[in-house]
Design a protein around this ligand. Structure first.
Ligand code: GLU
Length: 279
């Protein structure tokens, strides 16, 4: 049997915190138990917020924690052509359209508590431009208007048929991608999106097992849909508990969660980190 392949896939847009440590340590543990491989993937499609020094810090932190991964890592910013090829296939299937919602409209939707939302709490795109005339859309793009390329969700779901995924502690879980509405696959200034690049890379890297935080549980529905439309294999999933801050909320870089590097500078050992994340 081929070795199972795991990956830790951080975004280098800030220092790693305890939530990342749990993810990385669990991936290493599962790979070890399975006699499998562990890859590192640098998810840096947001070339404005991601920085090389954060990537260097990620590698230092992993080495310090004693996590051995294969090198070199795959850096998403070096593979935009792969994502564009996948996007072209979905476009050729008639499943993609440009949407030109202005920031003001998006803000108004976000401010309206009654507006329908996706599983992450973001306002659902109302489908305004789904049936826009192709010539009209081309004119707006030529005029330099910002746009997002969106998936025609209802049609995509119809073509893919019923979907589910394998979740470590739960067995088969029914996927419900429609809850996300017409998800963004790419933007004018970024030729891909998290959802698109993650499914393309997991397939290209032969990833068989995805171990990541519970915050991405519902995103798996979109990933299974894209995998099915693109004819990609389906990995097995494990969404682990999140490490919560003192306020009971998920740790996040933006809220200044304690960085592993800072804990280390204060004298914490890798053993302390394992204890802090409950391993
Ligand atoms: N890059 C994502 C993050 O840092 C993780 C992606 C994934 O594991 O699918 O949250």
């Amino acid at each position: 049997m081929n070795a199972r392949v795991f990956r830790f896939a951080p975004s280098p847009n800030g220092p790693l915190h305890l939530g990342h440590a749990l993810s990385a340590l669990l991936n290493a543990e599962r790979a070890r138990q399975a006699g499998g491989r562990l890859l590192l993937r640098i998810e840096d499609i947001d070339t404005i917020r991601c920085r090389p020094e954060y990537e260097a810090a990620i590698r230092d932190d992993l080495a310090w924690l004693g996590i051995a991964h294969e090198t070199p890592p795959r850096r998403q910013s070096e593979h935009f052509d792969d994502y564009r090829a996948a996007l072209d296939r979905l476009t050729a299937m008639g499943l993609v359209y440009p949407a030109f919602l202005s920031r003001a409209q998006t803000k108004a939707h976000a401010a309206d508590p009654a507006f329908p939302r996706d599983p992450d709490g973001a306002p659902l795109y109302p489908g305004t431009d789904r049936d826009l005339d192709a010539a009209d859309a081309a004119d707006r793009i030529a005029a330099g208007r910002p746009y997002a390329l969106r998936l025609k969700m209802a049609e995509a779901v119809r073509r893919a048929g019923p979907l589910d995924w394998s979740e470590r502690e739960e067995g088969r879980v029914p996927a419900d991608p429609a809850r996300w509405g017409d998800v963004v696959l790419a933007r004018k200034e970024t030729p891909t999106s998290y959802h698109l690049s993650v499914v393309v890379d997991d397939a290209l890297q032969g990833v068989t097992d995805i171990v990541r935080g519970r915050d991405l549980y519902h995103a798996t529905s979109v990933h299974r849909l894209l995998q099915t439309l693109l004819g990609l294999p389906q990995p097995a999933y494990e969404h682990h508990r999140l490490i919560l801050g003192a306020d009971g909320r998920k740790l996040s870089k933006s809220e200044g969660a304690r960085a592993l590097g800072a804990l280390r500078a204060e004298g914490a050992t890798p053993e302390d980190i394992r204890r802090l994340v409950g391993l």
